[in-house]
Design a protein around this ligand. Sequence first.
Ligand code: ZN
Length: 172
Amino acid sequence: MSGIGFEAAEDVRIIAEKIIDKHHPHLQDAKDLIGYYFRDGASDWAGKAKKCTAFERHVTGYMLFVFINQDAWDSLKHDQRLALVDHELCHFSRKNERIYDEEKKEWKDNWLDAEDPGSWGMREHDVEEFSEIIQRHGLWETGIEKFAVAVRQAEHQMDLEDYEREQLRAVK
Ligand SMILES: [Zn+2]
């Protein structure tokens, strides 16, 4: 019987920790609490994020898991790998509390203890829709509208980068 193999995914961790520094402040002090694994064998997903059960925490010492399908990973380009890992990290949410700083006289948000499982939750996708519904009905819902705005911003950003590259080339 051939089982399904799991292997610690150091490549994924390296990419993830860079993305955390840039985009996920709530994971900053929790880097060591996330376990990254490659999973071989066929699956209908490229990546998966999950909060550990009490038993998984006991066995691994981790609080959160990211699983990446090995075949999918091998077939992705670098930029796509970044997007996949960033996507999985977006699934982790962390509770915070507002506390009043007497000295600075201002409110601030504090993340709850990373070591407490109760601080962590899972977030679902903000956009869930069939592409054919969007084709037929357009951006009929605000979540999809926000998604479209984000796509346009990203495209604009890429255009800018292209433009800057062109300028650099022109200087040469
Ligand atoms: Zn997802």
